[in-house]
Design a protein around this ligand. Structure first.
Ligand SMILES: Cc1ncc(COP(=O)(O)O)c(C=O)c1O
Length: 345
């Protein structure tokens, strides 16, 4: 049976060109700072985002956790959005690795308003925890790839700086935000103090993330990367795949976004769940079963049996993600299965 995998944009396979780039990359020992491919790639990404320095790491989780570690002291408080990746999917690492407390702020679509921060930041009394860092996520995963406008990020940054707080951006899918809005990557970089970027999501590299920020911050993160077991040797073999992905796959995200909109439109006909087309801003579509006789979990199983793999979202919701390994035929087949299993009455 042909399978259409809509679970995540992380399921893609490396391309032939990418494997070629990996084979031919010049390599050295990165723990000694001697991997030429990684060194060059770190400089390229720092320049692309208007940052001083970059640090290549295996995963987005490590990039985020190094940011928390490098910006905070144990006992500090970090403000995160309630549905953020850092709070939900990083297995309590902020408590384990940095000894910080997370102050979670509930939002409607994953995007902070200035007032959210005004309310969350503690007055400077000795009996309150000390807030030192604010983290935002763009695009926001659990809300279905929602976007921050650059003006909002700048407003949050001004507010944070007036209070001597740092602003970190979990930019695992900042590439999608850039393609969807036209805002330059440099503008995103300049509007925050640090950001993590991922090459293994829509860009299609097999692994790899990077932490970007000021030189002194990256130096601190470099030490903690070693402590956390993330010092690797001939990293150029992986950095080359990531470098190839940025050079060759970035523009293709526009196709993923168009396909997500097309999928959302096609699924309007299904009565068993609700799709809000206006919320499809990037490469994700949320299928809301909250007013349905059938549960999202049951629907997921039915779809799987018919060759459509799809992920669970928040609550009674399924999440479909478009990515570069889907063909038009895959998508048509998936839409046919949806129409067959969940017809309009
Ligand atoms: C928003 C966001 N941040 C961070 C990560 C972590 O990336 P990784 O799986 O490479 O650790 C993910 C993974 O999906 C993500 O969606």
């Amino acid at each position: 049976m042909n399978v259409t995998d809509l679970r995540s944009d992380t399921v893609t396979q490396p391309t032939a060109g990418m494997k070629e780039a990996m084979i031919s990359a010049p390599l050295g020992d990165d723990v000694y700072g001697e991997d030429p491919t990684t060194n060059l790639f770190q400089e390229e990404m720092a320049a692309l985002f208007g940052m001083e320095a970059g640090l290549f790491v295996p995963t987005g989780v490590l990039a985020n956790q190094l940011a928390l570690k490098a910006w905070t002291q144990p006992g500090d408080e970090v403000i995160v959005e309630r549905e953020s990746h850092i709070f939900n999917y990083e297995t309590a690492a902020p408590a384990l690795m940095s000894g910080v407390q997370l102050n979670t702020v509930v939002t409607r679509r994953g995007v902070f308003a200035l007032d959210d921060l005004v309310r969350a930041i503690r007055p400077p009394e000795y009996y309150y925890p000390k807030t030192t860092l604010v983290c935002i996520e763009n695009t926001h995963n659990r809300f279905g790839g929602t976007l921050y406008g650059i003006e909002r990020i700048r407003e949050l940054q001004r507010f944070c700086h007036e209070r001597s707080l740092h602003l970190h951006l979990d930019g695992a899918r900042i590439w999608n935000a850039h393609i969807a809005t036209g805002t330059t990557l440099q503008a995103y970089g300049e509007a925050v103090d640090s950001l993590s970027i991922c090459f293994s999501k829509g860009l299609g590299a097999p692994m790899g993330s990077m932490l970007l920020g000021p030189r002194s911050f990256i130096d601190r993160a470099h030490t903690f990367r070693k402590i956390f077991g993330g010092g690797m040797r001939q990293t150029g073999i992986v950095a080359a795949a990531a470098q190839y992905a940025v050079a060759h796959h970035l523009a293709g995200l526009a196709k993923d976004h168009a396909r997500a909109r097309g999928l959302a439109e096609a699924l309007q006909r299904c009565e068993a769940f609700f799709v809000d087309e206006s919320r499809v801003q990037t490469n994700m579509v949320l299928l809301d079963f909250s007013t349905s006789a059938i549960s999202a979990q049951k629907a997921q199983k039915m779809l799987e049996q018919h060759g459509v793999r799809i992920g669970m979202g928040m609550g009674n919701v399924l999440r479909a993600v478009t990515h570069r390994d889907l063909t038009d035929a895959d998508l048509h087949r998936a839409i046919d299965v949806f129409h067959k299993l969940f017809p309009s009455s």
